[in-house]
Design a protein around this ligand. Sequence first.
Ligand code: EPZ
Length: 423
Amino acid sequence: MFWVEGGHPLQGTVHVDGSKNASLPILAATLAIAGEVTLEQIPQLQDVATMRQLLQSIGAAVELLDDGSIRINAHDVRSSVASYELVRQMRASVCVLGPLLARFGTARVSLPGGCNIGHRPIDLHLRGLAALGADIRLEAGYIVAEGSQLYGAELDLCGPHGPTVTGTCNIMIAAALAKGRTRIRSAAKEPEVQDFARFLNAAGAQISGAGTSIVEIDGVDHLRGVRHAVIPDRIEAATLAIAAAITHGDVTIKNAPTTHLTSVLNALDLIGIPFEVTPDTLHIRASSRLRPARLTADPYPGLPTDCQAQFMALLSTIPGESRITDTVFPERFRHAAELVRMGADIRIQGNSAVIHGVTQLSAAPVMASDLRASAALVLAALAAEGHSEIRRVYHLDRGYHAFEQKLNQLGARIQRVNDGPKI
Ligand code: EPZ
């Protein structure tokens, strides 16, 4: 649990870690490489630890180096089963499906469990792998994918809510070791997908078009060991920027991938937050009068759904009517009810939240429900008058390393106390 004393404007400089959502698919893809891979800038997160456990559970050698890098050698991997226990903890475990199928011709991966941000199917992943020639079946809660030789194909990965980020990664890695050419239409364009393609190409893959909606992959016989540094985490950078804004602070965010944050910067500008950018630094300046805004979370290059909760917290503190819509996860509003406990005025209408900002949120005991909702509650507590209690902050640790320490170095007053057993 966090105890937060609100009302302190954040001041100073903070550093962004490597991207969680670039790291997880890349870690999974090492299973398709029978050689030594060294990954730099991998963040020290709970989800990364879970993925490391998963790789080790199927026989990969995983070594943490003194400089924070991770060395993986999947040469001796023999099993191709990702257990329910591990997949239940983290949906991104589904990223091992493509690599295991590509390398071993068979993969058994538990269907991911439910999630607090809405129904999260993997039908697009499975449809894509089937298009490459895999036989897919469901057996006792496990996806069983089989195909001793995959063949290049034309396929479209668009779902009801747009492209799929990890689905695009799964198909890219499977196609990278298939025979012939694959063309993926409606591919996800996220920077993390682009970083994934850069990693695979460095390992010998032939991928072009990553970052656009059409990605072409010419299959190769094998991938070789490689050294790769993952990109900075644009969502952590955005979260820190909103923390500065909601406390009317003055914060310089270093190692910020500002070229991946155009939609976030546009939203900050719309709200009236003064800032300066360089290619790797975002300086949020103290603000006074902020404006309500209408924002929509869309697939990249749109506003990231992973920042939707954090912007909701900010808009809750700006008098006037704001609206935030999420077209990617239309039900991702569990944080709204907790913000209302802190005095926010928010009504959910379909895939939108209508917010009437208040001049002051009030401290209250609240409960985190998922990773980005936890971040939103911390931001709201930083702005609220008095002491807030935020329970179940283990959700936060999945995607932010030592988040309260970073904020306290900027002048926040957050104390972490034992949260009791995970439920
Ligand atoms: C990735 O999840 C991210 N996680 C999520 O970040 C992020 O919110 C999401 O992309 C959207 O940007 C990682 O990269 C590890 P999707 P992913 O497949 O790949 C629907 C965070 O907080 N869909 O792009 O699982 C799906 O229901 C996490 O860091 C299907 O219908 O998301 C959603 O509505 C949360 N069928 C939309 O597509 C499928 O087969 C986008 O999902 C797959 C997805």
